[in-house]
Design a protein around this ligand. Structure first.
Ligand SMILES: [Zn+2]
Length: 709
């Protein structure tokens, strides 16, 4: 689950349901992917292939036209993109966005590009302006600027070379006994990440307080399911990892045979433990949070962990003083306890070395960075180089989100915009209240509980009134990016100690974030300033444009409070089921229709939409649309065309076939064209606006529609 352990925790907004899925947040692969959300457009002429055949016209239309049903996914691009014309009646997504898609198709797309990237680039550019000049004097500004400059300083990075990595690798190589391994894991100033670790999160049974979770390591293939049944995607990730790990090891002066042996050892270890881990599919199921809610006493943890030195680790840093502990995955901890012995010592050492190679490649010199770029290319069809300023900005975002958030908010947030957004949130909340009052499939008590939940919704729009202070983060002694990481780990342990037995303090989503979230852990809606740009929002947009943009996003997010996951958490975010079995059965019956319908959609030959994975997000989109259309009903002269067009624009995107495949398999959100076409075809108002009739591809007979609410 948590692979970018170090960053994930810094960035953690527990259990948030984000509007889009940023690949680096959940696509677990053991790499430092500071720049992976950034996609670079290269205005590059497509070249003929090496064997002389002209690949220019391998259009995406070919592969997708063979299987796509009922619509063609025009976002899939290859060397050169041709976008066939469709009418609004047959493929609204394509009709509404073909101009944008054609324009973007003229560029060589590295892996994907969409309006989130567009807005993200704008936000990144604004951040770079803050970090480039002039010198930032505030504490927050100066630490951000220090890391930013460190990332860009290739002379210095090349001079330092692999030394910071090798210091760690040499420690691992020197391990002779299991006691040595204990000491290595426990660490000296900071622990060394190994096979499980503590993670401070709100206690699911009482979200006002924390529980110290002991969580498993991440796996290099991401999804534990890959170890029992490897998919095409798994093979691609494996090949990319193997190549990168081998090259990194050879850079570190290991010979090829040794490198290969170490990679094999790593797989032996991962295969031995992966069977006890939750798969991505299991993690997307409604009972997942219940399954992972396992409070334990310190004695129980001690017994569970057996010989594994987690107790000594907690003790060394004072973390054993936490009042509550939880083990989300006891089977894993028990398996690890059984595995942790002298017989497996060499495999454990080799595994840690391979992990270090993959984790650190982007923090080292240019040779290591080239390997990281190649790895990106192989995993997601990423190509080209990333400008240094983008690298710098992405890196600072990943490691110093809090301080950077303050810096950005000071420069780019306004009180007027905050008020406007809070007004839209109030409109949406009021609608949901009215809707719940009329909802027939809820029992009266449950309806009342849902309304209480809405009344207690916490609104976090644009920026906090009183930003958190980050003065305890001290980076003055850091000489390289690995020092920075260690300093932040040390700071994080200090934060754990400070926070663990007090009341939960939920950090705001960083103000520069180009995304939106509903957080079930504290029943809050989070609309950071970063997303209030481009097609999502401009203060001078019409009401319809605002509702088609940020309004739809807000309505989508709030609906997550009332879906199967939301039903397990009360108005304070405590894990408390508030649906009756009858309510649940009624909901599931409707949700099943959504799953079946999504499963019937073919993206292209051999690739089907995954209803089970996409169910929750599709229901949120449909609920959001229903909400805004109901608000519109009471607005005289509401311009529906303008509204639907703006909504369609939210999902403008182009991507490689590999990227689309990755999204279908890993992302709870359906592909962009489905987020437009499947959602809109459910509504009479849409059919009426574009005169859609039986026989048109956008038409769905009323009896087949999948409205849940
Ligand atoms: Zn969502």
């Amino acid at each position: 689950m948590v692979l970018m352990k170090f960053k994930m925790k810094l960035l953690a907004l527990a259990m948030a349901c984000a509007f889009v899925f940023l690949p680096n947040a959940s696509e677990a692969s053991k790499i430092n992917d500071a720049q992976q959300t950034t996609v670079i457009l290269e205005k590059e002429e497509p070249k003929g292939s090496a064997d002389g055949t002209d690949q220019k016209y391998i259009s995406a239309n070919k592969p997708i036209a063979n299987g796509g049903s009922p619509w063609l996914d025009v976002s899939v691009i290859d060397k050169k993109h041709e976008v066939p014309s469709f009418s609004a009646k047959d493929n609204f997504y394509s009709y509404n966005n073909d101009y944008w898609i054609k324009q973007m198709g003229e560029y060589g797309i590295s892996s994907s590009y969409d309006v989130f990237n567009e807005v993200n680039s704008k936000v990144d550019y604004n951040i770079a302006n803050l970090l480039e000049t002039p010198v930032q004097f505030s504490h927050d500004g100066s630490i951000c600027q220090k890391v930013y400059k460190m990332v860009k300083n290739w002379n210095r990075r090349d001079k330092i070379g692999l030394q910071p990595l090798m210091d760690d690798v040499n420690k691992i190589e020197a391990i002779q006994t299991l006691e040595d391994m204990d000491n290595y894991i426990i660490g000296d100033e900071v622990p060394n990440s190994a096979f499980c670790e503590p993670d401070l999160q709100p206690d699911l049974n009482d979200t006002k307080h924390y529980a110290m979770n002991i969580i498993p390591m991440g796996l290099t293939l991401g999804d534990a399911a890959e170890y029992s049944n490897m998919t095409v995607l798994g093979k691609r990730i494996k090949n990319a990892n193997d190549v990168a790990a081998k090259k990194m090891m050879m850079l570190a002066k290991y010979d090829e045979e040794t490198a290969k042996a170490k990679i094999e050892a790593m797989y032996r270890l991962e295969y031995a433990l992966a069977g006890t881990m939750y798969t991505r599919e299991e993690a997307s199921k409604a009972d997942y949070l219940q399954k992972t809610n396992n409070p334990v006493t310190l004695d129980e943890l001690k017994e569970m962990a057996g010989r594994y030195p987690i107790m000594a680790y907690l003790n060394k840093y004072g973390l054993d003083q936490a009042e509550r502990f939880s083990v989300p995955n006891p089977a894993y901890i028990k398996a690890l306890a059984a595995y942790y012995n002298e017989d497996h010592l060499q495999d454990m050492k080799d595994t840690l070395i391979v992990y270090r190679m993959l984790e650190n490649m982007e923090m080292l010199n240019s040779a290591a960075n080239d390997i990281a770029m190649e790895h990106n290319l192989a995993v997601r069809g990423y190509k080209g180089s990333v400008p240094d300023w983008v690298r710098g900005v992405e890196y600072v975002k990943a490691v110093l989100p809090g301080p950077l958030s303050n810096l950005y908010a000071e420069a780019y947030c306004s009180k007027e915009v905050k008020q406007d957004i809070e007004g839209i949130i109030a409109d949406v909340t009021n609608y949901y209240k009215a809707m719940l009052q009329d909802e027939t499939f809820f029992s009266p008590e449950v309806r009342q509980k849902a309304i209480t939940k809405l009344d207690n919704l916490k609104v976090r729009a644009v920026m906090p009134d009183k930003p958190k202070k980050w003065n305890d983060i001290k980076l003055n002694k850091c000489k390289n990016l690995i020092d920075v990481r260690n300093a932040l780990l040390k700071w994080e342990i200090g934060e754990y100690i400070k926070k663990m037995n007090g009341e939960v303090e939920i950090n705001w989503v960083p103000s520069y974030t180009v995304n939106a979230m509903y957080n079930i852990a504290d029943n809050s809606i989070n609309i950071p300033a970063g997303i209030l740009n481009g097609v999502f929002y401009y203060s001078d947009y019409t009401y319809e444009e605002k509702m088609g943009g940020i309004g739809m996003i807000i309505a989508h997010e709030i609906s997550h409070g009332f879906d199967t996951t939301g039903s397990q958490f009360d108005e304070n975010g405590n894990m408390k089921e508030w649906w009756t079995p009858e309510d649940k059965a009624a909901y599931n019956e409707r949700a099943k229709k959504v799953v079946d319908y999504l499963n019937s959609i073919t993206v292209y030959e051999g690739l089907h939409c995954n209803g089970e994975i996409n169910k929750g997000e599709t229901i949120a989109d449909i609920g959001g649309m229903q909400c805004i259309l109901s608000i519109a009903k009471n607005k005289p002269d509401f311009n529906y065309k303008q509204f639907f067009n703006q909504y369609g624009k939210l999902w403008q995107s182009v991507y490689t076939k590999e990227f689309g495949e990755l999204q279908v398999n890993t992302d709870p959100h359906p592909l962009p064209y489905l987020r437009v076409n499947v959602i809109l075809q459910q509504f009479d108002k849409f059919n009426e606006t574009y005169d859609i009739k039986p026989g048109d591809k956008m038409y769905l007979a009323p009896e087949n529609r999948i409205l849940v609410w």
